[in-house]
Design a protein around this ligand. Structure first.
Ligand SMILES: Nc1ncnc2c1ncn2[C@@H]1O[C@H](COP(=O)(O)OP(=O)(O)OP(=O)(O)O)[C@@H](O)[C@H]1O
Ligand SMILES: [Mg+2]
Ligand SMILES: [Zn+2]
Length: 151
């Protein structure tokens, strides 16, 4: 029997290997308080695993949509998304940052066309991955604090 750091869940999602300290940002991305007032979540922070410290977020009875997974990749590049069905890990996916980040980050430049003309979707080009650096496709502004600009 494997040791679990928090209570096992029957069905849902475990977001594992979150960059230590970032679990609350992950919960914010999932919008639990506003959108899902009934969803049960457990958070473990600074858990010591085989590969060092990590945070873990478990959500019962919910699977994530691709946009949520892309947002998580921006703040927790090593995270794994484990889908739990009937107490077992049924699927495991590593998150990945795409070459172009579309529609999930707001440009910090208030004069950027993506902020002034409503129907234009935001778009950023990935300049480096470690550390993650993204630059607006329209105005070339680099995003200093990516997590604060996630939509
Ligand atoms: N039924 C469950 N309820 C809650 N959490 C679970 C359940 N089953 C597995 N987990 C958690 O999901 C994560 C992935 O489980 P898994 O058994 O794949 O671990 P692992 O082999 O250490 O995987 P990895 O190599 O990705 O770290 C772990 O954090 C584990 O504690
Ligand atoms: Mg593990
Ligand atoms: Zn811009």
């Amino acid at each position: 029997m494997k040791e679990l750091k928090v209570q096992p869940i029957k069905d849902g999602t475990v977001i594992d290997h979150i960059t230590p300290g970032n679990a609350l940002k992950v919960v914010k991305i999932l919008g639990i308080t506003e959108k899902q007032p009934d969803s049960i979540i457990s958070i473990a922070m600074n858990v010591v695993g085989k590969r060092g410290k990590k945070d873990i977020v478990k959500i019962e009875n919910r699977e994530l949509d691709p946009k949520e997974v892309d947002k998580i990749a921006l703040i927790a590049p090593n995270a794994t998304i484990n889908i739990i069905r009937n107490y077992e890990v049924a699927e495991k996916h590593r998150v990945s940052v795409p070459d172009e980040v579309v529609g999930i980050v707001k440009c910090p430049n208030p004069n950027c066309i993506s902020n002034t003309r409503e129907p234009i979707e935001t778009k950023f080009i990935v300049k480096s991955r470690n550390p993650l650096k993204i630059k607006c496709y329209y105005c070339e502004r680099e995003v200093e604090d990516i997590s604060s600009q996630i939509m």
